[in-house]
Design a protein around this ligand. Structure first.
Ligand code: NAD
Ligand code: TYD
Length: 348
């Protein structure tokens, strides 16, 4: 019987990872630790919340006493760590919150793990889920490999880079078995509408402007969230100790081209005239320190763990739009309260 602590399981990616593990591995006990910040939402997990092998724990990874007691009580043999502050724009307005959760929170977990297992580390694993943004920005060509030097530009990516370094340092210094994966931009069901795709889907539904930063020529590599969850499952079970795996969609889009494809699909699904949603596009002030291009070379995970994305971007995007169109109550609950304040401040 494995006892796995998954942090941040009420968030976007975490909820897909929780669902996969709880449904697929009935002999594992899965504990979801989440503070339920604005990004955490237990509605993401209603379909599995009463499963016997699932337990939700509300708590803060930065609370050292609480985390130490939790590890003493449950003796988790593995951690899959996703809890984080995750939005670049918020990191620009509140960088300290990112340092606290992403760096300090990761260290608190590493320390607790080290303290309960000491030298008894066989069959234990600390899996740290990270981002391709730690590598900084690419020019027009090239790809991030696992050997690309870290060069983060935003407080978000700097805090994630730092947390990656601490995981490696604990591996070297205290022999904690670890794996790290660095993934490209995810999209799919349950993503909070502060990130590009769900924000724009929601705005198109409501006939609101689509605020494209700068000239719209920034490029991202997009991966369907379920494919990320499948990759996490593989890395968790088959990844080599102390290795890093880059995960990406082999799927680069300039923001403006992606937004146009999204608008086309939305016009069809909403039975609007072709071109109607595109009229909502407005170019707005750029994000400071905006990374020009991210592109992942995912050949290591492809060759070593036999992973590749299961859906094309058009299929994944269509599934994502359908999810938002059928889950309007989810969206209306999410945009209640603080969201309006955030939105008005960010896009004033
Ligand atoms: P998210 O913002 O949707 O969810 C984060 C979750 O962490 C929320 O449920 C939140 O309540 C929880 N959380 C935040 N602070 C916490 C704390 N102090 N204690 C306990 N829980 C806390 O994020 P996401 O997009 O699902 O990303 C999950 C992880 O994957 C992050 O580590 C992120 O850096 C990484 N990642 C994200 C992407 C992406 O495109 N979204 C890509 C690559 C890697
Ligand atoms: P985002 O979803 O915030 O992810 P990240 O910054 O982690 O890549 O943004 C994706 C791209 O879309 C990025 O280049 C910024 C851009 N963007 C906009 O043009 N307008 C927006 O309102 C948002 C949220 C993002």
């Amino acid at each position: 019987m494995r006892k796995i602590l998954i942090t941040g399981g009420a968030g976007f990616i975490g909820s897909h990872v929780i669902r996969r593990f709880v449904n697929k591995y009935e002999n594992y006990q899965i504990y979801n630790l989440d503070k339920l910040t604005y990004a955490g939402n237990l509605e993401n997990l209603v379909d599995i919340e009463s499963k016997k092998n699932y337990t939700f724990i509300k708590g803060d990874i930065c609370n050292e006493y609480f985390i130490n007691e939790l590890f003493k009580k449950h003796k988790f043999d593995s951690v899959i760590h996703l809890a984080a502050e995750s939005h670049v724009d918020r990191s620009i307005t509140d960088p300290l919150a990112f340092a606290k959760t992403n760096i300090l929170g990761t260290m608190v977990l590493l320390n607790a793990f080290k303290e309960i297992w000491k030298s008894n580390l066989e069959d234990k694993l600390f899996y740290h889920v990270s981002t391709d943004e730690v590598y900084g920005s690419l020019g027009e060509t090239g790809f991030f490999t696992e050997d690309t030097p870290y060069d983060p530009n935003s407080p978000y990516s700097a805090s994630k880079a730092s947390s990656d370094h601490f995981v490696r340092a604990y591996g070297e210094t205290y022999n904690i078995p670890y794996v790290i994966s660095n993934c490209s931009n995810n999209y799919g069901a349950n993503q909070f509408p502060e990130k590009l795709i769900p924000l724009f889907i929601n705005n198109i539904i409501n006939n609101r402007e689509l605020p494209v930063y700068g000239d719209g020529n920034y490029t991202r590599d997009w991966l369907y969230v379920i494919d990320h969850a499948i990759a996490i499952d593989l890395v968790f079970h088959k990844g080599e100790n102390k290795e890093t795996y880059n995960i990406g969609g082999f799927n680069e889009w300039r923001n403006i081209d992606l937004v146009k494809v999204l608008c086309k699909q939305m016009d069809l699904k909403l039975k609007r005239q072709e071109g109607e949603s595109e009229k909502l596009i407005v170019y707005v002030k750029d994000r400071p320190g905006h990374d020009l291009r991210y592109a992942i070379d995912a050949s290591k995970i492809n060759k070593e763990l036999n992973w590749s994305p299961s859906v094309t971007f058009e299929e994944g995007l269509s599934l994502t739009i359908d999810w938002y169109l059928t889950n309007k109550v989810w969206m209306s609950n999410v945009v209640k309260g603080d969201y309006k304040t955030y939105y008005n401040k960010q896009y004033k």
